[in-house]
Design a protein around this ligand. Structure first.
Ligand code: NAI
Ligand code: MG
Length: 430
């Protein structure tokens, strides 16, 4: 038996050096183990054969955090390509040990498999520590989704359902350099640091009955159902309280309890849970007032917890505090299972922006900030999350702006140039 003197990893391939003849092995799927992890393998050759210890290789990969990358469609692919450059940099220069695999979802999956997400991808998502998602959809496929039916659910909606990703977090924390990019006044925007926690797996987006019916007189009626159980409300509300405990200990619950019965139950449950978190200051706002307060004085908020519909609308409104949808990251988290594993999907809040796709002008920062959230919340590297965020701040401080945040669009920088600047600043962080 003899040890191998070196192992080199490249895209989808490992190469063992120090044998009589170089031995190459192709992975069935694309794994990119970090160099440092490879050095820890005990690879043994038996004379006359080319056997190496698969179990040790397997166990290294098993012990590494798994990052599944689903770029999706249009600018989803463009911004994730640039974000993967950051991942590669962190693996090479900052000891990020992560097993990265990529797969398709959304329109790309529909075109190849006739479904927006395959069972195989759902299974990969189940075992991943973090899923980094770009954006999916576009005119070519939106009509197919609109037809409805279980196979027509978008990949993302299917994942939210299958992985029970009930807690959607959208932090809104504008960069100082972008004070002037917001449509709100700089003094209103400066210092905002809030998180919208949106319930993601129930409410009117999933309630039954739903549909469009034609009545006897030929007129049509559209129906959606807003429905929440007390258990569904309690788990998202507890999540909101726990998050508030880790921040400034202020929670705002948003509902429409003056009109909707489901909101009356929502408010009841929030009030029942509150005594378990005596250090958290709680207030309730009706959603119409909350919308107004968010643009009047966003600094009053720390954590906002709300249902699926109100959260969708409020968080897109909150996005404008940062200046652009292209700046806003998000995390969607599921329940922790008995082994301590929690499904976690990270994605920019924006969609696939077919209007600007292929031009190389999309802002990659929301996707990069989503990676930072993954590093902090799922990959156990909050130190690297801090570095990525300060590198982005550094790049913005140099004055570089993609078109969506540029005061003068004719001087706007490209997606790749923005990523180049972030990578250059990353090298200066420690
Ligand atoms: P969108 O977020 O894709 O675009 C809205 C506007 O913001 C567009 O003018 C777009 O050019 C701009 N924009 C978005 N992201 C940007 C970025 N990173 N840099 C610069 N500008 C950016 O929303 P829209 O137009 O309503 O939807 C387009 C497609 O995306 C649809 O097919 C929709 O179904 C899908 N979509 C997917 C989502 C997801 O995958 N999570 C979320 C929202 C929409
Ligand atoms: Mg939305």
């Amino acid at each position: 038996m003899r040890r191998i003197s070196g192992v080199f990893a490249a895209a989808g391939r490992i190469e063992l050096v120090g044998t009589h003849k170089p031995y190459r092995h192709r992975f069935a799927s694309c794994h990119y183990p970090s160099k440092r992890a490879l050095h820890r393998w005990t690879l043994i050759l038996i004379p006359g054969g080319c056997r190496y210890q698969i179990p040790s290789l397997r166990s290294v990969l098993d012990n590494m955090k798994k990052l599944l990358v689903l770029p999706g469609d249009h600018i989803g692919v463009e911004v994730i390509d640039q974000t993967l450059r950051v991942v590669d940099w962190l693996r090479t220069h900052a000891d990020l040990e992560v097993d990265v695999t990529t797969d398709i979802i959304g329109g790309a999956s529909w075109d190849r498999h006739g479904t927006f997400v395959t069972d195989t991808v759902v299974e990969k998502c189940r075992v991943a520590d973090a899923i980094l998602f770009g954006a999916e959809g576009g005119p070519k496929w939106d009509e197919i989704k609109a037809r409805g039916g279980p196979k027509m659910l978008s990949g993302l909606r299917q994942l939210r359902k299958d992985l029970d990703l009930f807690a959607n977090l959208r932090p809104v924390k504008p960069f100082d350099a972008l004070d002037d990019a917001s449509s709100l006044k700089p003094e209103v925007v400066r210092g905002v640091d809030l998180v919208v926690v949106r319930e993601l797996t129930s409410g009117i987006y999933y309630g039954q009955p739903r549909g469009i019916e034609t009545r006897d007189d030929g007129s049509r009626r559209g129906i959606d159902t807003q429905s929440y159980t007390d258990a569904e409300i309690e788990r998202i509300v507890r999540f909101g309280f726990e998050l508030a405990m880790s921040r400034r200990k202020h929670l705002t619950s948003v509902d429409k309890a003056n009109v909707l019965r489901s909101s009356v139950l929502w408010r009841d449950v929030v009030t029942e849970v509150a005594p378990d978190f005596p250090q958290v200051t709680l207030n309730h706002l009706y959603v119409d007032n909350a919308t107004m307060q968010l643009v009047r004085d966003p600094k009053q908020f720390d954590v906002i917890v709300t249902d699926n519909l109100f959260g969708d609308i409020l968080s897109d409104g909150a996005a404008m505090i940062t200046g652009s949808l292209g700046m806003l990251p998000s995390a969607s988290l599921g329940p922790v299972d008995s082994s301590g594993h929690r499904p976690a999907l990270f994605e920019p809040v924006h969609g696939s922006a077919p209007d600007i796709a292929g031009q190389g002008i999309a802002n990659p920062i929301a996707a990069m900030l989503s990676l930072a959230m993954a590093l902090r919340l799922a990959l156990e590297r909050p130190d690297l999350a801090d570095r990525v965020e300060s590198a982005i701040a550094g790049a913005l401080n140099t004055g570089l702006r993609t078109a969506d945040i540029a005061a003068d669009p004719s001087k706007a920088t490209s997606t790749t140039e923005m990523a180049d600047a972030v990578l250059a600043k990353l090298a200066l962080t420690s």
